[in-house]
Ligand binder design. Structure first.
Ligand SMILES: *Cc1c(COP(=O)(O)O)cnc(C)c1O
Length: 539
């Protein structure tokens, strides 16, 4: 299987190059040259498989055995999911007769991103080890410096995906004092020498700008072989397809054998990676009636499904209006109170992992929609996508033809959920089912309730453990006297986390040069340590 860019023009890549490259040079995202169909035996042979076994079956449809053999893939998968606390990895929990919750938060950082990043870390290590094994012993080793910015959630999952991996260092920038205490502790208490936290005096946007600046710095990038692990990496999407299959079988098992199953997945959505995995599963042949997108007030996707316009809106470009001009309320902005909005136009909500302006993986879906609307013409689809994405970059918007919007509406619905509705949902789900939902999961639960229909069962994806978002959860349940956060929600692993020793380097100003020298110094210190260890060993 080979992969090509949604914007065309470039040669296709192997799976290995796709994973190590991340983003195509022309700005496009990599997609497989075709979507494999499920083998004839899937319905009879797959239902009894574990998450790990299913991963091997599904992933091997997208990875040529000449690149990763079945035995190697089995090893990689079992290593990746051995870090999960639940034996089923992603268990399906019934909420009521028609609703199930698919818990994706049993990985090391208690968030769904672990599912993908545990595998991605092992893939990186596997590819580097193989490249280095093929080298003459005197040749310099190939290595990778992963660099990323986080507002909290992704950083810890990335760190836990890469901690202790050979030939890889990871540097994560976070805005000092602006991530939640638990998230900060999760990132900075990791003891592995290849993990580096940089606390930047500034905002998340400053951190992101610095990361972009360093990636664009040719000399620095060449010297340190920068790598990214952002949500557009193909391996992340692929890893996530597995739990759609697992949960389908789990739902079937809970029903009488002859009953038909009309299934709808409801997914709390930010960058469109999680739900895109469901789209691939469906296109492979998994019988899913419909996929439902649940957004918070950062509702670019809900607006797209309403209008066919993919536009930032909330952020007028500086040429349109001065920055301090009040922004017109967006369509459907019926929240009791308007969420606060930062300078980039992103609104701060109770579900911060979904606070996005544009959904980076949406480009992949647009490609498939364009491809179908164009009657299967690859070049035309690439040209359409390139045109739309150029429009988003230049004018902050793209408008698709009705034919494309109709195709999107055939497979998906999209619902926007306010902070108020999120809080209400946490309270009502606890009152009716004694289930504590985190605010991201609550966004999806609120959407699921709105779009429920007779005869359709819904699987709601739960993307974070409620303990990670303690403020939202304790606030929503503050009037419930029987609820005790420490007793009912807080995992033992979180207790004492705040007191553990931290490893973090302060960056006193939002300045790329300071970050560069911190990275250089970190490598110098590692080098020195390695020499002193070697010297001590030789004494
Ligand atoms: C990243 C994240 C999401 C959004 O997932 P996407 O793949 O970006 O759509 C939702 N909830 C939580 C807790 C997350 O960390």
């Amino acid at each position: 299987m080979r992969y090509f860019s949604t914007r065309g023009a470039e040669d296709s890549l192997s799976f290995e190059d796709t994973v190590l490259t991340g983003l195509a040079h022309n700005g496009g995202l990599f997609i497989p040259e075709s979507i494999p169909q499920l083998p004839a035996n899937w319905e009879t042979d797959w239902p009894s498989l574990s998450f790990q076994q299913l991963s091997v079956e599904v992933l091997s449809l997208y990875i040529s055995p000449s690149e990763i053999s079945r035995a190697e893939l089995t090893d990689l998968v079992s290593k990746s999911y051995s870090t999960f606390r639940h034996p089923e990895v992603t268990p399906l929990v019934p909420l009521d007769d028609n609703t199930y919750i698919l818990e994706l938060f049993h990985g090391p950082t208690y968030a769904f991103k672990d599912v993908a990043l545990q595998l991605l870390g092992n893939l990186f290590e596997f590819f580097l080890a193989r490249r280095n094994a093929r080298k003459a012993s005197a040749a310099p080793r190939e290595r990778l410096t992963v660099l990323g910015a986080t507002s909290g959630d992704t950083g810890s999952a990335a760190i836990y995906g890469l901690r202790g991996k050979a030939d890889i260092d990871i540097f994560i920038l976070h805005p000092k004092g602006r991530v939640s205490p638990i998230q900060e502790a999760q990132m900075t208490t990791v003891p592995d020498a290849n993990v580096h936290n940089l606390a930047v005096k500034g905002t998340f946007d400053d951190c992101q700008d610095i990361v972009k600046q360093l990636f664009a710095d040719r000399a620095f990038n060449d010297a340190h072989k920068l790598g990214a692990i952002n949500s557009i990496n193909w391996a992340r999407i692929l890893a996530q397809t597995v739990y759609y299959f697992l949960s389908y079988f789990a739902a079937r098992k809970q029903l009488p054998p002859d009953s038909s199953l009309q299934l709808q997945y409801v997914v709390p959505t930010g960058n469109f990676g999680d739900i895109l995995a469901g789209y691939y599963a469906r296109r492979m042949g998994l019988p899913v009636a419909r996929l439902a997108i649940a957004t918070n007030s950062n509702d670019i996707l809900a607006r797209f499904w309403a209008t066919g316009r993919y536009e930032k809106v909330a952020s007028p470009s500086p040429t349109d209006a001065p920055r301090d001009t009040p922004v017109a309320p967006t369509e459907g902005a019926s929240d009791g109170k308007q969420a606060t909005q930062d300078a980039s136009g992103v609104k701060e909500t109770l579900s911060p992992a979904m606070d996005i302006l544009v959904s980076s993986n949406f480009e992949r879906l647009l490609w498939y929609l364009a491809f179908e609307a164009r009657g299967g013409d690859v070049q035309a689809a690439c040209a359409d996508v390139k045109g739309w994405m150029d429009g988003v970059k230049k004018d902050g918007r793209a408008v698709v033809p009705t034919s494309v919007l109709e195709l999107a509406r055939r497979d998906f619905v999209a619902e926007r959920v306010s902070d108020e509705q999120t809080t209400e949902t946490i309270a009502s789900v606890y009152a009716t089912a004694k289930y504590v939902a985190d605010p991201h999961t609550a966004v999806a639960l609120a959407a699921a309730k709105r779009i429920a229909s007779k005869g359709v069962r819904q699987i709601v994806l739960s993307t974070a453990h409620p303990a990670k978002f303690s403020d939202a959860v304790t606030q929503a349940l503050s009037t419930v006297s029987s609820f005790d956060f420490e007793r009912d929600v807080l995992p033992d692993e979180f207790k004492g986390l705040l007191e553990k020793p931290r490893r973090v380097v302060d960056i006193g100003a939002p300045d790329g040069e300071l970050v560069k020298s911190a990275i250089v110094q970190a490598f110098a210190a590692k080098e020195k340590n390695a020499h002193s260890v070697a010297a001590a060993a030789s004494v």
